[in-house]
Write a protein that binds this ligand. Structure first.
Ligand SMILES: [Zn+2]
Ligand SMILES: [Zn+2]
Length: 228
């Protein structure tokens, strides 16, 4: 059984907003939880395998808002449990609706994964701002890894949560259905690299990085095409 303490890999208390980083599931998905200071609001980013059991004790008593960065099973397989059992409001981009609504993608998942389809409560759009007290999230639509991939930009934390678009010194795969490398490159260059250089990048897997570091050192999508 997964206990939250064993999965909590980082507990960062910023000046205003607390944010915790967890790892769950066979692909070691990063799951992020932020809290607003005033009302008891918890924002959860992704619902990886094991995250429901791992997080529910911390989340009980909060109004829960769950954002799915995209529709791949490793990011959304337990979203329905959060929605049904913790009354979480689930947000996602409509372009990944087919992934959320079907069990077809179970063929990509290990057979012991508990997978449920999900009907998100709210379809988000590029540029949309969502606010609870001091916690403000801006939605960025960054297609390429999947058509409905989103990033969540939290300016007050100088942080962006990018799902599987951009990783430490690499980028998300585009060989799965709906993937498109040109779109991915455009999303990274025009949307993510347009953020301030000191913005921390929290990906869906692996270690964090920053916009400035990837602009300079990413070997697949550097800031300028001609620096390849
Ligand atoms: Zn993915
Ligand atoms: Zn993933």
């Amino acid at each position: 059984m997964i206990l939250p303490v064993t999965n909590l890999i980082s507990n960062r208390h910023f000046s205003m907003l607390p944010m915790d980083v967890y790892n769950f599931g066979p692909y070691e998905n990063c799951v992020y939880v932020m809290y607003s200071n005033v009302k008891k609001v918890a924002v959860v980013i992704d619902a990886a395998s094991g995250s429901f059991e791992g997080l529910k004790k911390c989340l009980i008593g909060h109004e829960i808002h769950l954002f799915l960065t995209h529709g791949h099973w490793d990011h959304m397989c337990e979203a329905a449990k959060f929605q049904r059992e913790l009354k979480a409001v689930v947000y996602a981009h409509k372009a990944d609706q087919d992934w959320f609504a079907t069990t077809e993608q179970c063929k990509y998942a290990p057979s012991n994964i508990s997978f449920e389809t999900i009907s998100p409560d709210i379809w988000v759009e590029h540029g949309q701002m969502i606010q609870w007290d001091d916690l403000v999230i801006k939605i960025l639509h960054t297609p390429g890894h999947t058509p409905g991939q989103i990033a969540l930009y939290v300016e007050s934390l100088r942080s962006v949560f990018v799902g599987d678009t951009l990783f430490y010194r690499t980028v998300g795969r585009t060989d799965l259905p709906g993937g498109n490398f040109d779109q991915l490159k455009n999303s990274i260059r025009r949307i993510l690299y347009a953020l301030p250089e000191d913005t921390a990048v929290y990906p869906g897997h692996g270690e964090k990085t920053s916009i400035g570091a990837e602009q300079k050192h990413n070997p697949i999508v550097p800031l300028h095409e001609n620096s390849l």
